[in-house]
Design a protein around this ligand. Structure first.
Ligand SMILES: C=C(O[C@H]1C=CC=C(C(=O)O)[C@@H]1O)C(=O)O
Length: 323
């Protein structure tokens, strides 16, 4: 398959892109140098092997399918959030509920200009735009590191809990618990494979128009791809207990998550940089289809959760308005 991959690393002002040969691989541990994209459920993993460096204005704008998916109404969301809260109460856990919010592309929309503006606006996220022939075109600005490693030194993020940067309330027990589910799960997994880590946090970090609670884990590992595979999906995008949360998502969410909340990133020699694919959208011929979710706990308020997903969708929609 043919494809392309453009990206800008967090903190960098350099955007790079390549035309690529794309092949499917069976699991993350098979990843060689290049770019990787996986579906949330890890059923499909695509490895992009870069060929030529290209400019985003060179890519074919017409090469995007057209199909509609029903966006979720608030009533439906409220019904699912209530189910999710019952799940959390029963399991003393958490589940991440997502929805799709679509916006029509304005006349004369240019994906290249959209991506350039996205990169200008967000300097602390991993910004990307990729396309795979016959599979789809996606764009995003994700704040969540899954695993970064350089010469065996690894960093992992536990990112969860959200508030509007323009209206920052005091973090409540709900956000702290939501974050703790992620940190505890990550530390349990690292301990189970005898990795000694240093944990730092939670601290408040900004991601576009939101703030989140972040805990970082630092440790040494010679096999960071295996660690990434064990961690994903963390309760930041799935839930806990993991198996039951996955079943809940499969049964109740009316859409396939496709690449939303999957793994995305690159490997080059000794360096691996993988992210969780959040604040992202599928770009069709006529729509930007944003995938947004949030952690539900038994203390959730469905209206506030809905509003949180609206704010998350603005990460991309605000750039569309400028386009
Ligand atoms: C699942 C998403 O965000 C995750 C990351 C940070 C904060 C989150 C939250 O507060 O729910 C989510 O765990 C998303 O953006 O779709």
């Amino acid at each position: 398959m043919k494809g392309y991959f453009f990206y800008q690393d967090p903190g960098s002002s350099v955007t790079q892109g390549f035309s690529c040969r794309v092949k499917e691989i069976d699991n993350l541990e098979e990843m060689s140098d290049g770019f990787i994209v996986s579906t949330f459920n890890k059923e499909q993993l695509f490895l992009f092997q870069p060929e030529d460096q290209i400019d985003i204005h060179e890519v074919d704008q017409a090469d995007r399918g057209s199909f509609m998916v029903n966006a979720m109404s608030f009533d439906k969301y409220q019904q699912l959030a209530t189910e999710a809260m019952a799940f959390c109460k029963y399991h003393h856990g958490k589940v991440v509920l997502s929805r799709v919010k679509s916006a029509s592309l304005p006349k004369g929309f240019s994906l290249a200009d959209f991506f350039v503006n996205l990169c200008k606006k967000y300097n602390h996220s991993f910004n990307y735009c990729f396309s795979i022939e016959g599979v789809g075109t996606w764009v995003g600005a994700t704040p969540e590191v899954l695993v970064h490693s350089l010469s065996q030194q690894c960093t992992v993020y536990a990112l969860a809990g959200s508030r509007d940067v323009t209206n920052p309330f005091e973090w409540t027990k709900k956000e702290l618990a939501e974050q703790a589910f992620v940190s505890e799960n990550i530390s349990d997994i690292l301990k189970s494979v005898n990795l000694n880590f240093v944990m730092d946090g939670p601290e408040t970090v900004r991601a576009g128009n939101l703030e989140h609670l972040l805990t970082t884990f630092k440790f040494d590992s010679a096999n960071s791809l295996k660690v990434a595979d064990m961690l994903h999906p963390t309760p930041a995008v799935c839930g806990t207990p993991k198996k039951e949360a996955l079943q809940f998502i499969e049964e109740f969410e009316p859409h396939s998550r496709k690449f939303y909340a999957g793994v995305i990133g690159w490997k080059k020699g000794e360096e691996l940089s993988l992210f969780v694919n959040l604040r992202c959208a599928e770009v069709t011929a006529d729509e930007l289809r944003c995938y947004v979710g949030g952690g539900i706990t038994e203390k959730s308020n469905p209206e506030k959760e809905w509003e949180e997903t609206n704010i998350k969708s603005e990460t991309l929609l605000s750039v569309l308005k400028k386009n």
